[in-house]
Ligand binder design. Structure first.
Ligand SMILES: [Zn+2]
Length: 129
């Protein structure tokens, strides 16, 4: 999916993004431990993705970008619950979590690699035709 910026709401008071067909919401909000990076299906009250990003906007912005890369690697059609299963579920509530940050960075790097790798079918075409 691809996110585009949208008007902030109460649930996303710092920055809000919507997927192309408006099914997924993603962004930054003020909450426990400073800023939080969150995502959910539009219309569902619970955040499916919810990470404490600390009080520093620059640090929070880095986590925001990393999580954005990871989520955008998933198709927009995934059902609710999918992202919760695909991204680390953090048990640290109110402060940035190093373990989750590392795992998210790993997932983001994988996503970038996959999006840049030529597909297998293309490779076959080039090799055998
Ligand atoms: Zn964590």
């Amino acid at each position: 999916m691809r996110f585009h910026q949208a008007l902030p709401t109460g649930a996303y008071d710092v920055a809000r993004y919507l997927s192309e067909t408006g099914v997924w919401e993603f962004g930054l909000r003020r909450g426990a431990g400073g800023l939080r990076v969150c995502a959910n299906r539009v219309g569902l009250a619970e955040y499916e993705v919810d990470y404490a990003a600390g009080p520093d906007p620059l640090e929070a912005g880095v986590l925001f970008q990393v999580v954005k890369i990871v989520i955008e690697a998933h198709p927009e059609q995934v059902l609710s619950g999918w992202l919760a299963g695909a991204l680390p579920q953090c048990r640290v509530r109110d402060q940035p979590c190093e373990a989750c940050s590392h795992e998210l960075l790993r997932l983001a790097a994988l996503s970038v690699q996959r999006s840049r790798a030529p597909s297998r079918s293309l490779w076959k075409e080039r090799t055998f035709s």
